[in-house]
Design a binder for this molecule. Structure first.
Ligand code: FAD
Length: 320
């Protein structure tokens, strides 16, 4: 049998996507390289989206061809299935990395694209002498991902600095939400289902640059002392239950250092699972299930995942 040439095998959708300016398509693209834990099977279609127009056109084509899709920021709080993701995975780039500063007397309004790296923003704010974002130093996400997750640390979180969120709905309509139209809770922003965040406006307070820099350095050193370094991970696997810490409970259940396959509950911080090299999503998921059941059995506390499960999962976990 003569093997079918790749071009002959391309679907109409693939051909149409390739024609859209500002879209870069990869077919059957392994996702592990786009996640901080370095785990994840292939996406049918992986799209780097460089402009707002390209985003709208991609959404239109997905609608026509009935293709499911999901967003990936910097992949620092996701667990992608070993089976990968059916349909499309979108990653915002170029136009979504823009930033503009409006500096007033005692504050600045920053309009920043969803693909902008959080740590870069923190450092820029510190250099200009604006406070409010210091907590986010060391969070390896994008602004869009941080907004969606209501990322936080050391007593602060995104909701405290957000003024407005710009986005696009599933059918490609623009959406703009003021702070008072949004509800944030711990690690959740409750955006209308399917919203793609394209930009965020933040309000930061003027401070002495040394003051901001000192606080950032202090929080970096606290982070270094408590979090595992050296092995790929996805940050905290579970949300902290009210009044307690997931890491403390998992440690108290005797699971620090527990391994399944090449995944390990970090011996540094039990709410982290590290990839020792070659770990599978299935290994990580099994460790999470073990941690949940042990903590439930010993302490009667139900842990709920903080990481978002992306892609095609065989059974109970469920993707998004
Ligand atoms: C070492 C380490 C330390 C961490 N420390 C912290 C911490 O202190 N505090 C904390 O809160 N988190 C922490 N995290 C977790 C993570 O960095 C944050 O949640 C981060 O904000 C996620 O951003 P991301 O761009 O990587 O999003 P991703 O992980 O790529 O995506 C997260 C979710 O957001 C969705 N999403 C991403 N971008 C968009 C968009 N533009 N529009 C709509 N949906 C989108 C994705 O579909 C997914 O559901 C840590 C992670 C690591 C690896």
């Amino acid at each position: 049998m003569v093997p079918m040439k790749k071009e002959e095998n391309e679907t109409e959708l693939v051909q149409q996507l390739r024609l859209v300016p500002g879209l870069k398509l990869k077919v059957d693209e392994p996702l592990a390289r786009y996640t901080t834990i370095k785990i994840g099977g292939p996406a049918d279609y992986f799209l780097d989206v460089e402009t707002g127009r390209a985003l709208i056109e991609a959404l239109r084509l997905f609608d026509v061809h009935r293709i499911p899709f999901c967003l990936l920021g910097k992949g620092s709080n996701v667990l992608v299935s070993d089976l990968g993701a059916r349909g499309a995975v979108l990653r915002l780039g170029a136009e979504f990395k823009r930033i503009s500063w409006r500096e007033e007397d005692d504050h600045a309004l920053v309009d920043v694209g969803a693909a902008y790296p959080v740590t870069q923003l923190v450092r820029e704010a510190a250099r200009r002498g604006y406070g409010g974002l210091e907590f986010a130093e060391g969070i390896p996400g994008s602004v869009g991902g941080a907004l969606v997750m209501n990322a936080g640390a050391y007593g602060s979180e995104m909701e405290k600095i957000v003024e407005r969120v710009e986005g696009v709905t599933l059918n490609g309509a623009s959406i703009s939400l003021r702070r008072d139209e949004m509800v944030f809770t711990y690690r959740d922003s409750h955006l209308p289902s399917g919203t793609i965040v394209t930009a965020v406006r933040m309000r930061l307070q003027k401070r002495a640059a040394e003051e901001v820099g000192t606080k950032v350095r202090e929080l970096v050193s606290r982070r270094k002392k408590s979090q595992p370094a050296g092995y790929p991970n996805s940050g905290s696997m579970f949300r902290n239950p009210p009044g307690d810490f997931a890491g403390r409970l998992i440690e108290a259940a005797g699971l620090k250092g527990k391994r399944i396959g090449r995944a390990e509950i970090s011996s540094r911080h039990a709410n982290f699972i590290v990839n020792l090299g070659g770990a599978r999503a299935e290994d990580v998921k099994s460790l999470m299930e073990l941690a949940r059941s042990e903590v439930k059995q010993r302490f009667g506390v139900e842990l709920s995942p903080e990481v978002r499960f992306l892609g095609e999962w065989p059974s109970s976990v469920g993707g998004s």
